[in-house]
Design a protein around this ligand. Structure first.
Ligand SMILES: Cc1ncc(COP(=O)(O)O)c(C=O)c1O
Length: 449
């Protein structure tokens, strides 16, 4: 199979034109005329091809990728096994509709997901496949409501769960995600997230749980609550890891009141945090697990996996969809599972975590702009502040660093409620040289800030 060759020079980064180059500039002009304003861009660079952790733009410039298409290509861009599984499937059928003429790969993928779930929660498991993260979130809520006969959903401050109506309602930040789109969905309640860096006292877990109980027991009665949904590490919310001691209390509360605990591992899954799923590292077993992004190795697919009796609650036909579990995406996802195991991606993720954390710790000691460095495994974020004393968010610094980075050959992106966090989401297969060259660019950006 012909595979895209990305770059021939020895160095990972090659900048040949002013950034953005002329072809990217021309395409951006055409984009502005033809495409709605809504979709945002992290960079003004149009991609031509990509391989591993390297992206080449239409002007022939080569970048180290620290964004992975927002955490989608954990196995690397155009992984040979994923690409060949897709190509093989193209010779058979492109679409059938699991609701019309079912196919084996859908079942095999659900089995893989069930086995992975059972490692978190040793109970019989079943899965259902959809197309996007947001669609999976919607379905997880439907399933939890059907299984419990209850309506209320508790979510957290700084959460991001997607852009469809329920997913958007569960999302915390107003602008740009919810602003102007009201009315939002009813029966969604929000509790504080244990944001250690900005919590006013050291007693975060207890105080946060107290606030959770205020929502779950005072604003609501527990018998009204269908589900609690959480991200093990806030993604769009600023790469803030969940506190295990807080989550364990939430788990016990859910057990006591037969509430479905939903882990949204759309961004944290498939090795991103150094384990298959971050819930494992937190020591908490969810009842439902939502996955998307890196599940498909670059193809759009998502899944809800969970306790069989909960997953079986909806009536036949109550969940489904034309494209959910598309055969090309199933083939790609099965290859992703194989690659993670065969190439020992979790060990690679752990080694990446060590290298990244060591470097970020040095930066924190050196640069006052950095208020906090945190994360889980290689899923690390840097929070920028105007002053370490006041902790006033510094989104301009984060934005300037992202810009300097892409102008000098590194693609990275911000996150956080105040857009003042730079997050690291590089493909887990990134080489030592690529990582270091990319980090050198970011350090130069820090020196210039
Ligand atoms: C934690 C989390 N949940 C849900 C979503 C929504 O996924 P999608 O963009 O595929 O709808 C995202 C996307 O960034 C996410 O990070």
């Amino acid at each position: 199979m012909k595979r895209p060759s990305v770059g021939t020079e020895n160095m990972p980064i090659v900048i040949k034109t002013k950034i953005p180059g002329p072809k990217s500039l021309a395409l951006m002009k055409e984009r502005q005329a033809a495409v709605a304003r809504g979709p945002f861009h992290v960079t003004p660079l149009f991609i031509a091809k990509a391989q591993g952790a390297i992206i080449e733009d239409v002007d022939g410039n080569r970048f180290v990728d620290f964004a992975a298409g927002i955490g989608v290509v954990n196995v690397g861009h155009c992984h040979a096994s994923v690409a060949s599984a897709i190509q093989d499937q193209t010779t058979k059928f492109l679409h059938a509709g699991f609701n019309v003429t079912p196919y084996e790969s859908y079942i095999r993928l659900c089995e893989k997901l069930n086995t992975a779930f059972t490692r978190l929660n040793p109970v019989p498991a079943k899965s259902f496949l959809a197309n996007s993260g947001a669609e999976a979130v919607e379905n997880a809520v439907k399933i939890a409501r059907m299984a419990t006969g209850r309506q209320a959903i508790i979510c957290f401050d700084h959460a991001f769960h997607g852009r469809t109506y329920m997913a958007m309602t569960l999302t915390s930040k107003s602008k740009p995600y919810k602003y102007g789109f009201a009315p939002l969905n009813p029966e969604v309640y929000r509790a504080p997230f244990p944001y250690v860096y900005r919590w006013p006292t050291p007693n975060v877990a207890d105080e946060c749980f107290h606030a959770f109980l205020n929502v779950a027991q005072a604003q609501l009665a527990p018998t009204q609550i269908a589900a609690v949904i959480f991200e093990p590490v806030l993604g769009e919310g600023g790469f803030i890891p969940m506190l295990p001691e807080f989550l364990k209390k939430v788990r016990a509360f859910c057990d006591e009141h037969k509430i479905v605990l939903i882990a949204d591992e759309i961004q944290t899954g498939f090795g991103r945090t150094g384990a298959m799923f971050a819930s494992e590292q937190l020591g908490v077993a969810p009842d439902l697990l939502i996955t998307a992004k890196s599940l498909g190795g670059g193809l759009p697919i998502s899944a809800i996996t969970g306790r069989a009796e909960i997953m079986d609650a909806p009536l036949e036909g109550g969940i489904g969809g034309t494209f959910g579990g598309n055969p090309l995406a199933c083939a790609a996802a099965l290859a992703v599972f194989e690659v993670i195991e065969r190439d020992d991606l979790l060990s690679k993720a752990k080694a990446l975590a060590t290298a990244l954390q060591d470097r970020l710790a040095l930066w924190k000691a050196k640069y006052d702009l950095i208020g906090d460095v945190r994360g889980l495994g290689p899923m690390q974020g840097i929070e920028f502040v105007k002053s370490r004393k006041t902790k006033e968010p510094n989104p301009d610094a984060a934005k300037a660093i992202v810009r300097y980075a892409y102008e000098h050959g590194v693609i990275c992106m911000t996150s956080g409620t105040h857009s003042n966090v730079i997050r690291f989401l590089m493909p887990l297969v990134i080489s030592h040289d690529e990582l270091n060259e990319g980090l050198d660019v970011l350090e130069n950006a820090l020196k210039n800030s």
